[in-house]
Design a protein around this ligand. Structure first.
Ligand code: PLP
Length: 429
């Protein structure tokens, strides 16, 4: 970066500030951002980048949206925050009601928390407390599939892929959970008994100790960007019922339209017992997550011993976050979001197809507004981000995956710039 783009605070950043999955003084580039508007990020040197990441899949309406800005400004006039213990406010209740309205009827209660990881912790604790109340306190373990990602706190981390989640690093601190192999049937395929055999065997062997099965429905996101059979989830529901395990869906990445349905669970014919939402819940404006559950789970916990659910974050149901979340959901539902996602899906399919001709590419796959180019080898994060920036786009690969999850408002010409940049940059690998 030239010196006029490198003010002193950038040196401070490098020396003192951790970034996600980073080292202090790593020498890896970080790009200073001045502002963001629509699908464009503006760097401090004035260059504009078309955003292919939606800020880790959250900014579904793009940036600086007048409706979302207005929601926050209006809420600011009355209060930015107030504790949620013993007090309540309209933004939280209105948002909870909205979430109950737009999710399957079974979900009747909502627990707000600060981040996706915490909403997963909450889901896991709900499952444990449920079985405790049912006089099965030995049911404290979780079963999941390899290749998942559920967050970075200890409970959430314990159900992330053991290898990519580096469980060995935290071996004496992390709970040991049960894992089966990634589902092999692809999206749109049906499953047979053989496909379910690993899950069935694990539930038969360890079911007595399993509080819940947790997974990301249909799309494994940060664990590998894999799409798998919705029928696997239909059959999993039956197995969970047979073996007295709750079913938790983590829709933190897939919720709010990303896969072409409002929630990925709509690709299947069943509902889980607990549902985690986060990321695009606030349209990417503020950090907020929600764990939804059924009357059966919430009433059991509430009526049992100790008669309360053991979790209560300081910033629970922050009014600014709840207000902007409600505005974001209404904005989404009032927009032609299905058309937008369908259009993005078709264009990604057409334009990323070219990448399949490259020697370095293993596979291209697209579902909804998710376009993935899986490389044969991990990409070089020292050089690739800079190359994308030089092409005028913001694309941040991880491992072998170069992918796009753009804001839903992206226009065809802007999306083409992203897909062309991907082809151009990876064709040099
Ligand atoms: C499916 C899933 N669950 C949980 C999380 C963790 O969310 P957060 O980063 O908000 O803690 C993520 C984040 O990428 C995710 O994709």
């Amino acid at each position: 970066m030239s010196s006029n783009n490198n003010p002193d605070w950038l040196a401070d950043d490098s020396q003192h500030v951790w970034h996600p999955y980073s080292a202090i003084n790593s020498g890896l580039p970080v790009f200073p951002i001045e502002s963001a508007d629509g699908v464009r990020l503006k760097l401090s040197d004035g260059r504009e980048l078309i955003d292919g990441m939606a800020s880790w899949w959250c900014a579904i309406h793009g940036y600086n949206h007048p409706v979302l800005n207005a929601a926050i400004n209006k809420q600011l006039e009355s209060m930015a925050h107030v504790m949620f213990g013993g007090l309540t406010h309209q933004p939280a209740v209105a948002l909870a009601s909205k979430l109950i309205d737009i999710t399957p009827e079974a979900f009747q209660s909502v627990f707000f928390s600060d981040s996706g990881s915490v909403s997963v912790e909450v889901a896991m604790k709900m499952a444990i407390q449920y079985w405790h109340t049912k006089e099965q306190p030995q049911k404290q373990k979780f079963l999941t599939v390899r290749g998942g990602y559920h967050g970075d706190t200890f409970g959430a981390m314990s159900v992330c892929d053991p290898v990519t989640g580096m469980h060995s690093l935290f071996a004496n601190s992390i709970s040991q959970q049960f894992f089966v192999d990634v589902p092999t049937r692809g999206f749109g395929e049906t499953c047979n008994d053989d496909d379910m055999q690993p899950m069935q065997a694990a539930l038969e062997e360890y079911g007595n100790n399993i509080a819940a099965v947790i997974l990301e429905p249909v799309v494994q996101g940060a664990g590998g960007m894999r799409f798998y059979s919705a029928d696997y989830l239909n059959r999993l529901r039956e197995l969970c019922d047979e073996h007295n395990a709750l079913l938790i869906f983590d829709e933190i990445a897939t919720g709010f339209g990303r896969t072409g349905k409002l929630f990925a669970l709509e690709h299947c014919e069943i509902t889980p017992d607990i549902l985690c939402l986060g990321k695009s819940l606030t349209g990417g404006y503020m950090t907020l997550a929600a764990t939804l559950t059924t009357n059966e789970v919430s009433q059991t916990i509430s009526n049992g011993e100790p008669g309360l659910f053991m979790h209560g974050p300081t910033f629970m149901a922050n009014p600014l976050a709840c207000s902007v979340a409600l505005a974001s959901i209404n904005l989404l539902l009032d927009s032609p979001w299905q058309e937008n996602i369908g259009r993005i899906e078709q264009q990604l399919k057409q334009e990323l197809q070219a990448c399949t001709t490259l020697e370095s590419v293993k596979e291209v796959r697209v579902l909804g507004a998710i376009g993935v180019v899986e490389m044969k080898q991990p990409v070089d994060m020292k050089t690739l981000p800079q190359q994308f920036v030089d092409e005028g786009v913001w694309v941040r690969p991880f491992g072998k995956l170069v992918y796009l999850m753009p804001p839903f408002i992206i226009q065809p010409d802007e999306l083409s710039i992203l897909t062309k940049a991907i082809y151009k940059v990876i064709s040099k690998i």
